[in-house]
Every structure is written in structure tokens, then in C-alpha cells.
Write a protein that binds this ligand. Structure first.
Ligand code: PMP
Length: 465
């Protein structure tokens, strides 16, 4: 077998990558011409690439490396578990200690009567579980017509056919026959982009009331559930107006439908509580989890299910599951991650140290000519870019052009800050230190300045008419 190592020249690694590796959400031909960035190692909040650059990762990988990179305890737990029991399934009347212990710990951390866990390998898989579970729940209760699911445009729930259908990404729906039937998308609570002349509060209320209108249109007897992220992540870190979630909860309480909170990004401390549902004051029947559950050290996800739904599902054979449901190594690593989050009081740090420092740092960017506003909750944030703040104008260029330019300037300045359309999004490891936040802000400002200079040069500071 050819040995491919970190010490090979970058160009060689890039050529091999282009020859055989198909990247997700990527035009691979374009990437092949450019050459993929090769990450070789990481520690704390810094990535090292094959050229030796030290890149500050203000995205925690893909919103997941909450405890930071390079924690030896996580590797030790994984190695120990691999020696003891590298794999066994949880089908066929069997279980093992890591799955038992992790389920118990998650039930302890989850609010209310969310006491039962169905494990999956990822957030997408967990949402596929949810789709089938809520329909099975109503069918078992003698109401099989309650099968429609309401979701939101620009929500993200994953990339499998079920999860991609629940999601509201039109560019995903355009490929491969999604959404599947029975899923309906209402508008999102994105005041910055879609609020027009309405106040934030009135807009939040109006967007929440779309749920009630959709339930009435479909008929309460035909609706199984509403699914949403407490704060949309991949949609651009969209923090809904304060009026939004209370109104959604009122509607959920009024009608006989289930609420699924997709906590894949918001869960495990990102918003300052264990779950975004607590931050937003909502009471879901099911929560989707992944990412921060293991801080990305192992692939694992799941559905946290309330007593009432679990009672019905547990009374029948739910013909669903994954080879890796409750994988012992992933479960052991996730458990160690939850220990670290608790022992090191990382949520307190989000609320009292990292979160306030990140907010203060981002506030210093508010006066930058491109920055429209600063949105932040806990340690997830976004900066919508605009040619004209007061009118919240969009750029005349295609949506995403300016965001992409800014992301490229971030990379050039050894910073990972992603863009969604023309919004810059931020989600650093929760353990980021205030001095590291200073470095982040310094690099972000430089990238914004360079983007502004480029836009000026190319006469692209124009607003869309
Ligand atoms: N739900 C949400 C809210 C997510 O952000 C993501 C991933 N970005 C998913 C589900 C899908 O998770 P995965 O990529 O692990 O399948």
C-alpha cells in the first residue's frame, strides 16, 4: 500500500485528492484546479496546514469541536474502548456499557421529560429517525392521517433524502428528487433579509403565525410535527426576534402536533445552555443531537425523545436503526466529552468569559462600513454584510459574491470564518480564550478591510435596486 503522509509536498497531496476524493457540497472540478487546503493537525483553536500556516478556526470545524482540538483524554478513551470492545450492535436484544452510560448522561442533561435516546451516526440520520418516529407515533395512536411535517425555508436538517427534504434549502431540493411528499416549508424568521419595513417584533410574530396558518390549511388531523432549529445555523446564524418562539410554543400547545427542535448546532453549550431550546424557552417533544455531543471527535448523533412519545414507540417494534446506533467507541468518546464540558464548567465560561468577550470583540466591528449588524447568542454569531446599513440593502452582485470574497480574505489572513450568502458566520470552539478572540477580531477586521478595498476597486459597493 502506498503510504500517504503529512510530510508529502502539498501539491502532491492535492493532486491525489483531486484524482480520487469527491468532496461534499463542492464543485470538484473547480477545487481540483485550485487545490484543496490540506489540514495536517490541530490543537486548541488552531489548525495547521501542509504549508505550516497556523489558522484560527472560528467555526469549530463544522460547528462541532466545542472542547477544542487535541484533547489527549479523548484519544485515550477511544483507544481503551477499542481494546475492550471496538464494536457491537444494539439490535437483537443486546446492549453495552458505553451506550447505557451515554443514554443515561444525556437524559440527565436534557430538560423536562426528554428521557430517552435513539442513537444514530449523524445529525442527518437522527432527523431521518425523527421523520419516521413522529409518523409511527401518530399511526400507533390510531391517527395515521397525521403524517405531514411542517418545516422552514432556509432551515438545515442534513443531507440524506429525509433530512434534506425536512431542510428548506432550495439549491438542495433542485437535485435528486427532494423534497419527498408530505413536507411543507413555511417562511423563516430572518428579519434582516426579509423583514422589510416591519419592526423585528411584528415580523417575528407574523412569521410564527405562518405555522398556525399552515396547520389550518393542511388540517390539524393531518399534521404530525413541526421541526426547526432554535437558532438557524447553516442558514446564516439567524437569531429569531424575541416574539417568534413564544408564539410558536403557543401554537404547538394549542394544536395536537409534536415539536422537534434540531439541536445539532445549538446543543451542548453553543448558546450558553445545554440546549438551544432552553435558551429560546421552548418545550420540544424530540431533540435532534450530533456535532457537539462528541465535539466531533467521533461521528455520533441521536434523537432525545420525551416520555409520552417513547411510551408509544417502545410499545411496538420500531423497524428502524443503524449499524452504528450507539457505537461503543463513539459513545465512550461522547461521554468523555460530556465529562470535560461539565468538569471544566465550559458552559459557565461561555456565559461569563468567552461569550461576553466574543460579543465585545464583534461589537468593535459594528462601525465597519460593510457590517450591517452584530447577531450573537452564546458563541454563535453572524455579521450580515451590506452596502448600506440603514436600509439593510443587498449588494447588486449575485447573493454570496461578497461573502465569498470576504471568506477568501479570511483564509488569506489565516482565519476560518465561513459565509452563507453575504453573511459571515462565527462559531468558535467554546474554550477559546479572550486573547485568542482578540486575534480573531484583528484578523476578521483585516479581512473585512481588504474585502472593502476590493469592492471599491471593482466598483461593487452598489446596492441592488
Ligand atoms: N441539523 C442541523 C441543524 C445541522 O446544522 C446539521 C449539520 N450542519 C445537520 C442537522 C446534519 O448533521 P450531519 O451533517 O451530522 O448529518
Amino acid at each position: 500500500m502506498t503510504v500517504i503522509s503529512n510530510h508529502m509536498p502539498t501539491a502532491e497531496l492535492q493532486a491525489l485528492d483531486a484524482a480520487h476524493h469527491m468532496h461534499p457540497f463542492t464543485t470538484n472540478d473547480e477545487l481540483a484546479k485550485k487545490g484543496a487546503r490540506v489540514i495536517t493537525r490541530a490543537k486548541g483553536v488552531y489548525l495547521t496546514d501542509s504549508e505550516g500556516n497556523q489558522i484560527l478556526d472560528a467555526m469549530a470545524g463544522l460547528w462541532c469541536v466545542n472542547i477544542g482540538y487535541g484533547r489527549p483524554e479523548m484519544a485515550e478513551v477511544a483507544a481503551r474502548q477499542m481494546m475492550e470492545l471496538p464494536f457491537y450492535n444494539t439490535f437483537f436484544m443486546t446492549t453495552h456499557v458505553p451506550a447505557i452510560a451515554l443514554a443515561q448522561e444525556i437524559a440527565k442533561l436534557a430538560p423536562g421529560d426528554l428521557n430517552h435516546i435513539f442513537f444514530a451516526g449523524s445529525g442527518s440520520e437522527a432527523n431521518d429517525t425523527n421523520l419516521r418516529m413522529v409518523r409511527t407515533y401518530w399511526a400507533e395512536k390510531g391517527k395515521p392521517s397525521k403524517s405531514h411535517i411542517i418545516s422552514r425555508k432556509n432551515g438545515y436538517h442534513g443531507s440524506t433524502v429525509g433530512a434534506g427534504s425536512l431542510g428548506g434549502m432550495s439549491y438542495m431540493h433542485a437535485q435528486g428528487g427532494m423534497p419527498i411528499p408530505g413536507i411543507h416549508h413555511i417562511n423563516q424568521p430572518d428579519w434582516w433579509s426579509e423583514g422589510g419595513d416591519m419592526t423585528r417584533e411584528a415580523f417575528g410574530l407574523a412569521r410564527a403565525q405562518e405555522l398556525e396558518a399552515k396547520i389550518l390549511e393542511l388540517g390539524e388531523d393531518n399534521v404530525a410535527a413541526f421541526i426547526a432549529e432554535p437558532i438557524q445555523g447553516a442558514g446564516g446564524v439567524i437569531i429569531p426576534p424575541d416574539t417568534y418562539w413564544p408564539e410558536i410554543q403557543r401554537i404547538i400547545d394549542k394544536y395536537e402536533i409534536l415539536l422537534i427542535a434540531d439541536e445539532v448546532i445549538c446543543g451542548f453549550g453553543r448558546t450558553g445552555n445545554w440546549f438551544g431550546s432552553q435558551t429560546m424557552g421552548i418545550r420540544p417533544h424530540i431533540m435532534t443531537i450530533a456535532k457537539g455531543l462528541s465535539s466531533g471527535y467521533q461521528p455520533i448523533g441521536g434523537s432525545i425523545v420525551c416520555d409520552e412519545v417513547a411510551e408509544v414507540i417502545n410499545a411496538t417494534e420500531f423497524n428502524h436503526g443503524y449499524t452504528y446506533s450507539g457505537h461503543p467507541v463513539a459513545a465512550a468518546v461522547a461521554l468523555e466529552n460530556l465529562r470535560i464540558l461539565q468538569d471544566e464548567k465550559i458552559l459557565d465560561r461561555v456565559n461569563n468569559v468567552g461569550g461576553p468577550a466574543l460579543k465585545a470583540g464583534l461589537e468593535t466591528l459594528r462601525d465597519h462600513p460593510l457590517v450591517g449588524e452584530v447577531n450573537i447568542k452564546g458563541m454563535m454569531a453572524s455579521l450580515p454584510l451590506t452596502p448600506h446599513k440603514e436600509s439593510r440593502a443587498k449588494f447588486a452582485s449575485d447573493a454570496g459574491t461578497v461573502g465569498y470574497m470576504c471568506r477568501e480574505r479570511c483564509f488569506a489572513n489565516n482565519l476560518v470564518m465561513r459565509h452563507v450568502g453575504d453573511r459571515m458566520i462565527i462559531s468558535p470552539p467554546l474554550i477559546i480564550e479572550p486573547e485568542e478572540i482578540d486575534v480573531f477580531i484583528e484578523r476578521a477586521r483585516k479581512a473585512l478591510d481588504e474585502t472593502y478595498a476590493q469592492l471599491k476597486d471593482k466598483d461593487m459597493l452598489k446596492a441592488a435596486s
